[in-house]
Design a protein around this ligand. Structure first.
Ligand SMILES: [Zn+2]
Length: 384
């Protein structure tokens, strides 16, 4: 490492022991020690007042101050753990990037064939389908709400007659109200239940719901909606355009990227893993995942499935080979939360170390969320 980039994330090769995130600890250590000295002074006063049976240790060693951070665990990954500020995240592989966005426009439209289009700002995605008398919009993300009418106007002057909700989350449909008009809104019945609960005026309630399958036929266009159970959240549906051979499933597969943290906040992680496999086996040509820059291919879904498999293996091995309680402060032996935290942190660290060599250059955002994925995986393996 040169002096110029000493605060940058180093190459992952041969720098395991540098713990770049730990440098931030030392940069902050003066202020922390100052606070600890003040804290210890107060403790000393309390000790004098409370007498020889005072609660706190009077040591000035920060590692014995209750609740304070100590040394990193042995074999700590170079990937910074959760809660530590990053100097520079890993570069995004070129294979993860999509076509550029015109900064003057703020969005791009991708022709998926036969009247179906994707619109994206390269972070979130929705679609629209043109038919002879109108337009069907599929999801109205908050961040795209202003762009959707402009994007449609580039191609058609027909009105929005239908709106389909992939699921209830505001980042995907929070722009629904802003689209205006009174379209027919189609969603799964669980989405209706959740939206009633959320009572968000920006997400109007669906006017048509279904439980298993629903086929929308408008003019000569068809969309097949289907429900495959809970994974990301109840009510999240598969949307298939048979003429275009496009499958849209939101918040499950992220072409070229890590899933968002904790397997994209999957409410049912075994269900999430199963849906990735289902998507993989289905017959389609283009995949729209609702996030990141580009559409997906079967190769992208294969990569996601392989990553899921590897995380599962790495977490299972780490759970089996990490010794619970090893190195725990004996004073914490009657604190079961501390006992498990100490175990699970070491499991996650081993899981991150196992996955880093193969995956850190393969998926965008690997370093951003790998700790989250490992924590989620060890948990689902222990209790589900
Ligand atoms: Zn979501």
């Amino acid at each position: 490492m040169s002096k110029e980039n000493k605060n940058d994330r180093p190459s992952l090769v041969g720098t395991r022991k540098n713990y770049p995130w730990a440098q931030h600890h030392s940069e902050r250590s003066f202020m922390r020690n100052a606070r600890i000295i003040g804290f210890c002074f107060v403790v000393l006063l309390i000790g004098i007042v409370a007498g020889p049976h005072g609660v706190y240790s009077q040591s000035d060693n920060s590692s014995t101050v209750q609740g304070a951070a100590g040394e990193p665990y042995p074999n700590m990954p170079a990937i910074a753990p959760i809660g530590v500020r990053i100097g520079k995240y890993l570069d995004v592989p070129s294979s993860s990037q999509g076509p550029p966005i015109d900064p003057a426009k703020g969005y791009r439209v991708q022709d998926l064939g036969k009247g179906l289009y994707m619109i994206t700002d390269n972070a979130i995605q929705s679609m629209f389908l043109i038919y002879d008398r109108g337009v069907v919009v599929i999801d109205a993300p908050q961040n795209l709400a202003a762009y959707i009418p402009k994007a449609i106007a580039e191609i058609s002057d027909k009105p929005i007659t239908h709106l389909i909700y992939s699921h209830s989350h505001a980042d995907h449909i929070g722009g629904a109200k802003a689209l205006g008009g009174h379209p027919i809104i189609i969603a799964h019945e669980e989405t209706l239940r959740l939206l009633k609960r959320d009572a968000d005026p920006n997400r109007p309630l669906p006017t048509v719901t279904f439980s298993d399958k629903y086929t929308l036929r408008v003019g000569n266009q068809v969309l097949e909606l289907s429900y495959h159970g809970n994974a990301h959240e109840p009510g999240n549906i598969f949307i298939y355009a048979p003429a275009q051979r496009v499958l849209m499933v939101v918040d499950i597969v992220f072409p070229g990227w890590m899933p968002w943290r904790r397997f994209a906040l999957a409410q049912d992680i075994p269900g999430y893993f199963a849906q990735v496999e289902e998507i993989r086996k289905m017959d389609w040509d283009t995949f729209v995942g609702g996030h990141v820059a580009r559409t997906g291919t079967h190769a992208d879904v294969d990569v996601q499935a392989e990553f899921n498999h590897d995380v599962k293996q790495a977490a299972a091995t780490a759970l089996a080979t990490t010794k619970p309680g090893e190195g725990l402060n004996p004073l914490d032996k009657n604190n079961p939360w501390a006992f498990f935290d100490h175990y699970i942190d070491r499991v996650a660290a081993q899981c991150v170390n196992t996955l880093t060599p193969k995956w850190s250059t393969k998926l965008g955002g690997f370093d951003v969320y790998i700790w989250d994925q490992c924590y989620s995986m060890e948990q689902t393996l222990r209790i589900e």
